[in-house]
Design a protein around this ligand. Structure first.
Ligand code: ADP
Ligand code: MG
Length: 393
């Protein structure tokens, strides 16, 4: 068990919290402030416990000087201040006298946000490369470090691993929630079913390898299903084929014939575009010019049988090409099935989370992970460096 913010006395302490304020911004406006809202619990806890709160986050990627202007955390500070209903001191620096004196002037319950940690990347990738000196310097600004940015936990950066290597540390409420929820796969109530979709098999090989040993069933949809169907000798037309991984798919099907469940029918397009000619057929009847873009009605019924009995369900990867309406029915139908199920329902992966939120089903899930890449690596069974570095209880 990792230490958490609750394990420390925060009174009058300078508490550095690494949050994930990597929000989408268009024309100078935050288009989705969910990530800021998700961080409030930890920030408010620190305020309520009389901490001097120092917040750090990255925003976008900083490759050249001109990336700085549109990736300043300035407007995030304003939004945060509204959400907290108190002033937030914004310092447009990531190091130096101005930042240091502002921190030293903080009183308990005050909140400071420093500039985008990735501004340090302009000077030799110091943040993303976990520069030792930078991690040590940032650590010197506070008494305690709390990592609450799940979305970057799969990366070893100066603002997470670097700081944590130098001072006392713990995780925040958001990271704790992610670990507890995604962690169900290590001790699931059974039957435990995994829904796996998305584009390519190659993106999900490690997820399959890790989960095939833990799950009772793996229901495969999305683009990757067609490589599995091809591996079992079926025609797939012009559907996505990951030819390098046909052997892998064959091995999995041979080894786990009752565990891996493939679609039995497919919704197809002539092209991958809105308004294209759409057809539906059994997977044995796919024609040469068809592109398989969603699971069919019979498959949905089949998947429903497995899901209805399940006690734990993990879902990664949309089962169809949800960006185009005509091919979003499978994913919508799975949402609808899960909605009414009394089971633990965990969703991981950036595009999957986005699809479920857009379709309006977030509230029916036990947990929708906030960290795309990080949740995927968790499902791959990897240890995440940003969590690994945090002290055990
Ligand atoms: P996540 O980000 O949740 O891990 P992925 O990135 O693996 O999910 O999968 C999302 C992508 O999979 C989407 O861009 C979607 O269009 C694509 N996809 C789903 N079904 C198909 C299909 N039948 N053919 C091609 N691409 C597909
Ligand atoms: Mg993705």
């Amino acid at each position: 068990m990792k230490k958490t913010i609750r394990d420390y006395d925060l009174n009058n302490k300078k508490v550095i919290i690494r949050v994930d304020f990597n929000v989408p911004i268009k024309d100078g406006i935050i288009t989705d402030d969910n990530r800021i809202k998700e961080s409030l619990k930890t920030i408010k806890y620190a305020i309520d416990n009389n901490a001097k709160v120092i917040l750090m986050s990255h925003l976008g990627r900083i490759k050249e000087e001109s990336d700085k202007e549109k990736n300043s955390l300035d407007i995030v500070a304003k939004r945060l201040s509204e959400l907290l209903n108190q002033d937030v001191v914004f310092i447009n620096e990531t190091r130096g006298k101005k930042l240091e004196s502002a921190i030293n002037n903080l009183k308990p319950k005050e909140v400071l946000l420093m500039e985008n940690t990735r501004f340090e990347d302009l000077d030799g990738n110091k943040e993303s490369g976990n520069d030792k000196e930078l991690g040590k310097y940032w650590a010197s600004l506070g008494d305690l470090f709390i990592n609450d940015a799940f979305g970057t936990c799969h990366r070893s950066h100066a603002s997470n691993v670097g700081i944590a290597s130098n001072i006392e540390n713990g995780i925040g409420f958001l990271v704790e929630k992610e670990i507890n929820n995604l962690g169900v796969l290590n001790n699931p109530e059974r039957p435990f079913t995994v829904i796996l979709g998305g584009a390519k098999v190659s993106d999900k090989i490690k997820v399959i390898e890790n989960l095939v040993n833990k799950a009772d069933y793996i229901l495969i949809g999305g683009g990757m299903a067609y490589t599995f169907l091809s591996a079992s000798g079926l025609p797939i037309g012009k559907s996505l084929l990951d030819s390098e991984n046909i052997e892998f798919a064959k091995t999995m099907l041979d080894k786990y014939p009752d565990k891996i469940i493939l679609p039995i029918d497919s919704v197809n397009g002539k092209d991958i575009s809105h308004g294209t000619e759409v057809s539906e057929c059994f997977v044995s009847d796919m024609k040469d010019d068809m592109i398989g873009l969603d699971i069919g009605h019979t498959t949905i019924k089949l998947f429903k049988q497995y899901l209805s009995d399940s006690k734990t369900i993990i879902w990664n990867g949309p089962v169809g090409y949800t960006e185009i309406e005509e091919f979003s029915n499978g994913t919508k139908s799975i949402c609808e099935i899960l909605k009414n199920l009394d089971a633990i329902k965990i969703v991981g992966g950036g595009d999957t989370a986005a699809a479920i939120i857009n379709l309006g089903y977030k509230d029916y899930m036990t947990h929708v992970s906030t960290g795309g890449g990080a949740s995927l690596e968790f499902l791959e069974g990897k240890t995440l460096p940003g969590i690994e570095i945090i002290s055990d209880k």
